[in-house]
Design a protein around this ligand. Structure first.
Ligand SMILES: [Zn+2]
Length: 251
């Protein structure tokens, strides 16, 4: 309540993949570390799987084929690594509104003659509401990460409201908790704007988080910045003990 605590660390997780329950949550519990899960509610509800994963699944199953898709300036060579291919296509899709993005992804699948699975393949599957509910009972805080993980700045005002409202309601209905926080999908500076912030305020949200660090993380409660957990324990420690913050200040 009231002003946020200074010098606190909050551990957060995005999206709601099944491996959060398999790996992260048991460790958080053992170490008694509170955490926040930002849930993409359409994903957890089984209505959809995440579009970046749809791209990765296609890339991984392209076999020995070169990849082309609408909007590409050429064909992605078959010798590119999966990650390089994925980066290229995902970066392009970030610039598109949902319908165009879906069309690009469908065309990508058609070009490599692969069917899009209706449900997320195992490694990309979500948590279930039941699992989230069980973790919530053990202390997990759940907030919103939209309904379908779109790039919100590519949506109309009404579409923005739908994403923010639907996700809030689904969490409230399934988990019976108040939803006050929002995590912008993709979380970069260009992935939210005043329209998104105004809609959050209008719908009763109290704060929003981004996916990059800044020198004043709490200067705007609708733009609270975050650090990546990092790829190693050393990296993680540097983040939580403020070493990264200090080195940013010294730059
Ligand atoms: Zn996300």
């Amino acid at each position: 309540e009231g002003n946020p605590i200074k010098d606190a660390v909050v551990v957060t997780f995005d999206d709601g993949y099944h491996d959060f329950a398999d790996y992260a949550f048991p460790i958080l519990q053992e170490e008694r570390v509170p955490a926040v899960l930002f849930a993409t509610t359409g994903f957890i509800n089984g209505d959809l799987w995440l579009w970046p994963d749809q791209i990765m699944y296609a890339v991984e199953n392209r076999g020995n084929q070169s990849v082309s898709f609408p909007g590409a300036s050429g064909t992605l060579d078959k010798n590119l690594s999966d990650d390089e291919c994925w980066n290229y296509i995902a970066d392009f899709c970030l610039t598109l509104p949902p319908e165009e993005r879906n069309e690009v992804i469908c065309q990508l699948y058609r070009n490599i003659d692969l069917d899009i699975p209706n449900e997320a393949p195992d490694r990309f599957r979500s948590l279930s509401w039941q699992q989230v509910k069980e973790m919530q009972a053990l202390g997990l805080t759940v907030e919103s990460h939209s309904y379908s993980h779109p790039i919100l700045t590519k949506l109309t005002d009404q579409e923005i409201i739908n994403e923010l409202k639907k996700s809030k309601e689904m969490i409230q209905t399934n988990l019976g908790c108040k939803v006050e926080g929002f995590c912008y999908p993709n979380g970069m500076k260009s992935d939210f704007d005043f329209r998104v912030k105004n809609a959050l305020i209008e719908l009763g949200y109290s704060w929003g988080v981004t996916a990059y660090p800044t020198l004043s993380p709490l200067a705007d409660l609708f733009e609270i910045s975050r650090y990546n957990a990092g790829a190693s324990m050393e990296d993680f420690f540097k983040t939580v003990f403020g070493v990264k913050y200090l080195s940013m200040r010294l730059e």
